[in-house]
Design a protein around this ligand. Structure first.
Ligand SMILES: Cc1cc2nc3c(=O)[nH]c(=O)nc-3n(C[C@H](O)[C@H](O)[C@H](O)COP(=O)(O)O)c2cc1C
Length: 204
């Protein structure tokens, strides 16, 4: 296909201001989608981070997930993608009701603690029971209680679709951002429009 098949893409913002030459050059730059390449490329997609957790046999069980997505408003559905290698999910799945907490921008310490191995994850973390078996994080920017809607096999992950039973958003509490495999805080909005800059990696 000729280079002219795709019009040049103009960049008006950012360090690589200019134009892309067209489809041929774009296709030549593509890599094979190995798992490593997939991880690297998808890390360019900024997300939040949630804790999905519940009490199982009287103790909090949970895992951090950045694949959380809003699926449907009516009925209210969200989803998470869980790796088949997860040791926590088979245990957590037994709960039947879960709490989902979107980590707040000030929860860098909780982020690190909840990233530890399963047996140490909740040490020093301020959590509370949702009342129906779910576990929620103090300091979260928003919380949900959810039940199972459907599970869909998807390669080395399972897409878990969850029905939202209750929710709470804390106004004016910003969320932590996960970008390029690191936690960040968004810089405060400046005068004249939103500031898209990121602040420090490795938040405290
Ligand atoms: C920021 C972050 C995001 C993560 N997102 C996911 C995810 O979307 N799906 C998933 O299965 N595991 C995800 N994980 C990994 C799990 O939190 C956990 O570390 C992993 O399942 C291994 O622990 P386990 O054996 O206790 O399950 C994420 C971890 C971190 C730190």
């Amino acid at each position: 296909m000729a280079d002219t098949a795709m019009p040049p893409v103009a960049f008006t913002k950012g360090p690589s201001e200019g134009t892309l030459p067209g489809s041929a050059a774009t296709i030549a730059a593509m890599s094979a989608p190995s798992p490593q390449a997939m991880r690297f490329a998808t890390a360019a997609f900024a997300t939040g981070v949630v804790l999905i957790a519940a009490e199982v046999d009287g103790v909090p069980v949970g895992m951090l997930v950045n694949s959380f997505t809003s699926v449907s408003l009516d009925p209210p559905l969200v989803s998470v993608n869980i790796a088949r290698t997860s040791g926590t999910w088979p245990l957590l799945r037994r709960a039947g009701r879960w709490g989902i907490s979107i980590l707040g921008a000030q929860q860098g310490t909780d982020f690190r603690r909840l990233s530890r191995k399963a047996t140490e994850r909740f040490q020093g973390v301020d959590w509370f029971a949702s009342g129906d078996g779910g576990v929620l994080l103090a300091g979260a920017s928003a919380t949900f209680t959810v039940g199972m809607e459907a599970e869909v096999d998807a390669g080395d992950h399972v897409v878990v679709i969850l029905r939202v039973l209750g929710l709470h958003r804390t106004p004016d509490r910003a969320s932590l951002v996960f970008y390029d495999s690191q936690p960040h805080r968004l810089a405060a909005a400046g005068k004249g429009g939103p500031d898209t800059g990121f602040t420090s990696k490795g938040l405290s």
